[in-house]
Design a protein around this ligand. Structure first.
Ligand SMILES: Nc1ncnc2c1ncn2[C@@H]1O[C@H](COP(=O)(O)OP(=O)(O)O)[C@@H](O)[C@H]1O
Ligand SMILES: [Mg+2]
Length: 300
């Protein structure tokens, strides 16, 4: 079983279903409510564990209800938490989402006050077969990318944050994989292929951008490759990008080539879109393998 070290943010999402999104000063009644874990690295770690890898999450929560909830949930879903820091008197990141029946959302994000402290690199990379970082704590993420053993794949979920900090991370990752908005932020380009060509990452093995239901675009050895998604009835695309990045990191840890990793991640993220259900709706390995077989020819 390959071990993927996932460093970055974890968030408690509180999701209220409402008939209409709020307008102005009024009281609303929810028709449904659920809680789920969220956050880029946290969700990627849960995905890795469910896909049959060994996920080690590295990051921080506060010593509050949300932090305890997240630690229990991650551990219950099979994520190793030896590198999780529980910080006294800090607030765990959390989000409140109001979701209407047509899928329209109103999102309030509290980034919390947690800040993970540096960890001894030997400890972090003990037995790691791949590293995945997000942009949330850029200084520590940069230190990890720089210190990671050269033989392990180093993946960056280049989704957002401060543009200069993001560019610094991009310049350190072996696999900088952008979201569409992250690529625009980093390069100023609207066109995905134009953006990928402008990315400054001479050390990278390849660069890629995810494009929602349109799949992803990869630039490998100067060649562009489209990786389309199989058609699924998407119930909820929250966390699809996080699952995609976790699955890429696991596939690379297992020795797959970049485009093969892309197809594996595409199938995993499509199943996440179909399943919905937050962390509890993570696809299993078997379902991903089956989808790849069914859609194999369309995914090349
Ligand atoms: N509606 C969908 N149907 C199938 N796959 C999807 C859908 N939305 C997203 N995905 C998959 O998830 C990946 C990441 O989604 P994207 O929206 O680009 O990232 P993020 O969630 O980070 O914004 C896509 O490249 C695609 O493979
Ligand atoms: Mg994302």
């Amino acid at each position: 079983m390959k071990r993927v070290l996932c460093f970055g943010i974890v968030v408690l999402d509180r999701i209220y279903e409402v008939e209409t999104l709020p307008e102005g000063d009024a009281k609303y009644t929810a028709s449904g409510y659920r809680e789920s874990g969220g956050g880029v690295a946290g969700t990627a770690a849960v995905a890795v564990a469910k896909l049959g890898g060994h996920a080690a999450y590295m990051g921080a929560v506060g010593d509050d209800t949300a932090g305890r909830w997240l630690a229990a949930e991650m551990s219950g879903l099979g994520v190793e938490l030896d590198l999780l820091q529980q910080i006294t008197n800090a607030r765990t990141p959390n989000a409140c989402a109001l979701v209407a029946p047509d899928g329209a959302r109103c999102l309030i994000v509290d980034r919390g006050t947690v800040k993970p402290a540096p960890v001894a690199m030997e400890l972090a990379f003990a037995k790691a077969d791949a590293l995945l970082v997000d942009h949330r704590f850029p200084n520590l993420a940069a230190a990890l990318l720089a210190a990671a053993p050269r033989e392990i794949p180093r993946v960056l979920d280049a989704e957002g944050g401060d543009p200069d900090a993001l560019r610094q991370l991009v310049a350190l990752a072996q696999y900088p994989i952008f979201s569409n908005s992250g690529l625009k932020l980093c390069t100023g380009e609207d066109d995905p292929l134009g953006g990928l060509k402008r990315v400054s990452a001479p050390q990278a093995r390849c660069v890629a951008v995810t494009l929602g239901a349109a799949g992803s675009l990869w630039l490998v050895d100067g060649q562009a490759h489209n990786v389309p998604t199989p058609h699924v009835l998407a119930r909820d695309t929250t966390g699809c990008g996080d699952v995609f990045h976790g699955a890429v990191a696991l596939a690379l840890a297992e020795g797959k080539q970049p485009l093969e990793a892309a197809r594996f991640a595409t199938a995993a993220a499509a199943l996440k879109a179909r399943n919905g259900g937050g962390w509890r709706g993570m696809p299993e390995r078997q379902a991903v393998e089956t989808l790849i077989l069914e859609y194999g020819s369309t995914l090349t």
